[in-house]
Design a protein around this ligand. Structure first.
Ligand SMILES: NC(=O)c1ccc[n+]([C@@H]2O[C@H](COP(=O)([O-])OP(=O)(O)OC[C@H]3O[C@@H](n4cnc5c(N)ncnc54)[C@H](OP(=O)(O)O)[C@@H]3O)[C@@H](O)[C@H]2O)c1
Length: 328
């Protein structure tokens, strides 16, 4: 029988709750310990998810010798510090998106993981969902010809409250890092490469982050992506991929359960690929399989790809003059 993978969770907030719920359905993985800055929050979380240990500090968590991997679920600005803390304690890391605030931080983490030969992955869960895996196969089969244009939008409405991780500059907030990252990942998945040229525009909040931003990415051979994200403007969350033989329309593209293939002059065909739970168990399974296989990174969400996407976001922010604390 395979070894059980023992998990810890660092940060007991919103997404950690959903991830912990899904992790319970992953056979061969067990959530053994959690840590929050507040002991009550950690204990309540542990009780809710039937976890043995709850800590009021992250250092005790990462030094727990029973753990194989830590899921880092704090806000963007803390990802570098918290993932580095885990790696320094020789723990594998699944870190929420974006893996860091900028490419420089991401490169440092990747170096650390490669130097120490320890697994590291950004929790870009979309890449592991059954519908996205099938979509990629359909695209590779040439079903719509060569994809030439991707359009995707990810706009939501979050209240502009003080301390909100969607608006606070000090929490590395904004539409690009939170939601635009999904659109860029999606375009890279479709084209199977990185953009060669990047341009974009942003509308800023009074906290100095992008509340609405658009990105125009140019890939090889003139292929293009037109993308947008917003934290104060709801949009349909749809992606459309156009090729010379037809198009594919994907509702809720960042967590799809179906998509429509519309070949030129033909009726739409629907493809259904339902996911279980909230959809986070597939990334957890990937981590488990990588650890059991002795791998230090995932080929579906590689570290070079993660850094390249951070660099795209750096380039966009540079065009807009958007900086976070401690960035020169
Ligand atoms: N994959 C997805 O679908 C998905 C969805 C939502 C969010 N996310 C990502 O997950 C991460 C967390 O998002 P969330 O919605 O879960 O955030 P959250 O609930 O607001 O915060 C998560 C944790 O971060 C720490 N934290 C929050 N604000 C802080 C502050 N001002 N100072 C110090 N620590 C603070 C707390 O850790 P303690 O509990 O230890 O105090 C909190 O529990 C983000 O990077 C986000 O992009 C991913």
């Amino acid at each position: 029988m395979d070894k059980i993978i023992n998990w810890g969770i660092l940060g007991c907030g919103n997404i950690a709750n959903k991830f912990a719920t899904d992790l319970q359905t992953v056979s061969g993985s067990v959530l053994r310990a959690v840590a929050a800055q507040d002991l009550d929050r950690a204990q309540n979380f542990a009780k809710k998810h039937t976890v043995e240990r709850a800590y009021s500090n992250y250092t005790t968590l990462v030094n727990n010798p029973d753990l194989d991997v830590i899921y880092v679920a704090t806000t963007h600005n803390f990802h570098y510090e918290h993932a580095a803390l885990c790696l320094a304690a020789n723990k594998a890391v699944l870190c929420e998106k974006p893996i860091c605030v900028n490419a420089q931080e991401a490169r440092k983490l990747v170096e650390l993981s490669r130097e120490k030969d320890i697994f590291l992955m950004e929790a870009m869960w979309t890449r592991f969902l059954p519908a996205v895996i099938r979509l990629k196969k359909d695209l590779d089969s040439g079903i719509i010809g060569t994809p030439q244009l991707v359009q995707a939008d990810f706009g939501i409405t979050k209240p502009q409250e003080a301390g909100s991780r969607f608006y606070e500059n000090k929490l590395a907030a904004g539409a690009l890092l939170d939601l635009g990252i999904y659109t860029i990942n999606f375009a890279n998945i479709v084209f199977g490469s990185h953009p060669e040229r990047i341009s974009g525009y942003a509308q800023f909040t009074n906290q100095g982050v992008d509340q609405l931003s658009t990105y125009n990415l140019l890939y090889s051979e003139g292929r293009q992506a037109l993308l947008s994200a917003a934290v104060a403007l709801p949009t349909p969350h749809q992606a459309r991929i156009y090729g010379d033989k037809g198009r594919i329309v994907i509702d809720d593209f960042y967590h799809p359960q179906q998509y429509q293939i519309i070949l030129n002059g033909k009726k739409p065909q629907q493809v259904d690929e339902i996911f279980d739970g909230f959809g986070y168990l597939y990334e957890a399974r990937e981590v488990q399989q990588c650890l059991l296989g002795g791998k230090t990174e995932s080929m579906i969400c590689s570290l070079d790809e993660t850094v390249a996407i951070m660099q795209v976001m750096d380039d966009l922010r540079k065009q807009w003059g958007l900086r976070y604390p401690n960035e020169n």
